[in-house]
Ligand binder design. Sequence first.
Ligand SMILES: C[S@@+](CC[C@H](N)C(=O)[O-])C[C@H]1O[C@@H](n2cnc3c(N)ncnc32)[C@H](O)[C@@H]1O
Length: 430
Amino acid sequence: MQKQTKTNEAAVSRGLLIQATQVLGAVLAFEHPADAVLSRHFRDNRELGHRDRGFIAEAVYGILRRLRWLRRLAGDDATPRQLLLAWLARGEGWPMRQFEGLASPTERDWVAAVKAAPIDGGSLAERADLPDWLAERLLATHDEEALLDLARSLNQPAPLDLRVNLLKGNRDEVLARLNAEGFKAEPGAWSPQAIRLGGKPALQKHPLFLDGTVEVQDEGSQLLGLLVQPKRSELVVDFCAGAGGKTLQLGAMMRSTGRLYAFDVAEKRLAKLKPRMARAGLSNVHPVLIAHENDAKVKRLAGKADRVLVDAPCSGLGTLRRNPDLKWRQSAAGVDEMVAKQRAILASAARLVRPGGRLVYATCSLLAEENDAVVDAFLAAHPGFRQVDASAVLEKQGVALQTGERLRLSPRLHDTDGFFAAVLERSADA
Ligand SMILES: C[S@@+](CC[C@H](N)C(=O)[O-])C[C@H]1O[C@@H](n2cnc3c(N)ncnc32)[C@H](O)[C@@H]1O
């Protein structure tokens, strides 16, 4: 298996710097997600080797993480090339000699000035490398120090986590095999199904991935699946299934029995689920494309589901480690629209829950308005539902994690992506 090596400055050519600048320019237009821009560039430039791709991706992601800091160093009107040079000088700590042959003498003078520029003070949002509106909203639930800590943890690259498919393997055996093959694999800190891999090995061609024994899934995301606690032969609905990250986990927890409906409004995402289901060996999953949350296909299951998961569309700010461009692509108005959608989806999904059944509301957001506020409003409007202690549910699944009544995961405290979840039970006579 090929392992990704961290690029070093010696490997960087003029041409590579030009390509990185082009990609950065396209990413900073914020018209498309950064990962889509990168994938497209790599598809169109197949001659680029593993190292070169690594250099471009790391530079682009590093710059997106620290954009405010870099703009303070390089100037608000800095070009993509200047941002890249400033990043290499200050973010990567390249010595001046490394710029010889890559940058013109005038540019090198500019880089030397950037290298020597003092940087202190600045607003809280600048120091946190967040847009003003986002820092303000996070201040509702964090003091300044906690906010800066959170921002720092969101600016670290995310680790690579795998979930072992219980239908096809067990964690100890997979761990032993991966370590014997030279990977640095460790059991996850929380999820009994999780493995954390050191470095960023490319896994797509590994036999354990190809035969469905493992899937890539952040450990925090696995805890959401565990909170649903589906059992064999149940009727379960994954209301916002997307490409099925959690569907696959739920299906395996149900041992491929019962019925697991995977709803989504996005045809392309559901299409990606199908080959993954086959690889995972699941025959209990039924992907269903719906037009909106009140689609007639949804209503047919009213009152029938033992478990419903709403992994709601959200700002995604808990995943900034993986998608640092999101903080610049989102807006306060966009979040407000999202909240209205979340409330509508949760209310509609709740109708599917049978008396005594459970509804899990989850997001990968860190904002109270997408999390607690949505659940509080739901509970106030639905007296037939009561909240169940999330930590107690997890304990039953072998997860020793006290995060209170509602699950709150953060990269700062748990080294997972940021997630929120609440478990809501419909009373038996409601
Ligand atoms: C957070 S993502 C789901 C991720 C997925 N559960 C996973 O684990 O990979 C939210 C999903 O909600 C879907 N969505 C948006 N509006 C919806 C609606 N009205 N009803 C159902 N799904 C919706 C989006 O297409 C998106 O795939």
